[in-house]
Design a protein around this ligand. Sequence first.
Ligand code: F6P
Length: 347
Amino acid sequence: MRIGVLTGGGDAPGLNAAIRGVARRAFQQGFQVTGIKNGWAGVLGAGDMEDLTSASVRGILPLGGTILGTSRTNPLKEKGGVEQVISLLRGSGVDGLVAIGGDDTLSVAAAMSDGGYPVVGVPKTIDNDLSVTEFCIGFDTAVGVVVEALDRLHTTASAHHRVMVVEVMGRDTGWVAMVGGLAGGADMIIIPEFPAELEAVVEHLRHRRGEGKDFSIIVVAEGVKMRALEPAMAVAAAAEKRDAFGHVQLAKQGVGDALSTRIEEATGFETRVTVLGHLQRGGSPSPVDRIWATRLGVAATDLLADHKAGVIPIRRDGQIAVVPLRDVIAETRKVPRELYDLQLVFD
Ligand code: F6P
């Protein structure tokens, strides 16, 4: 049997651990492995693939990024794109595919499965917003980056008695902001799920000063929409730069910068902004990301070997469970109110 493996969408720490898990289990079973380069781009046109060997996956467990490369190429946008991918894989002797990715990559995987090709997914997104699964590769490491940044920003904020606005990733949901913000002791966390208005932020900051708290840390997810900020944000310019899945480049909209400017105007408190950006996606994966990426990678190979396709191994109740691919992309998993409200205890 020959198994193909690809990583698609934004990179995330732990992708290499998953590739290694897929490949090492395959070698253990006597299978061959084809590494597909740069996500779906590697199975369009003439294709871009290479055989993986024990040597090519050696030493990659602690590495960030992905040895296969990634892209946001979308075969669903090309006429007959999915059929092309399937026929290239079949023509290359690849019997089944492990697609490691988030909702975009897995939506292509689900379409391939509908088209009759055996595909198994592995959940990845630092946004942590796939349905059903309790684990997505990269989230734990990204939260670690946010927490370290907040620890560092606390000391400088305190020294200068400033407001620090920290913009973190999170396209549609605020998992990184919420969990990173709670773990890093943020004084206010603003996420897309529960829209806040500028007046409430200003009121909160004034209240804190009134209580003698002379600095504040605000974490805001990049996907937050606040009416009062729109004139100061580069919404239109960012919208021009959509990727193949139709997503705008949120970092270019500058919600953190706009928020810090408006806070300073409204309160007179000296305010600074830090945009963590792609630092959250780079570097070595945390132990949690390494272990679960490994477990799910190994499980993905086992599923293909058992001729179970159109499915994805996930974490549920701390264990591996297997669900249909369509289930994890059925909806975007939102931060629940209960977790959001936890910040009120520490404001
Ligand atoms: O979807 C994951 C994510 O990291 C989002 O949080 C962020 O908006 C986006 O990717 C950034 O993508 P790019 O790599 O295109 O800058």
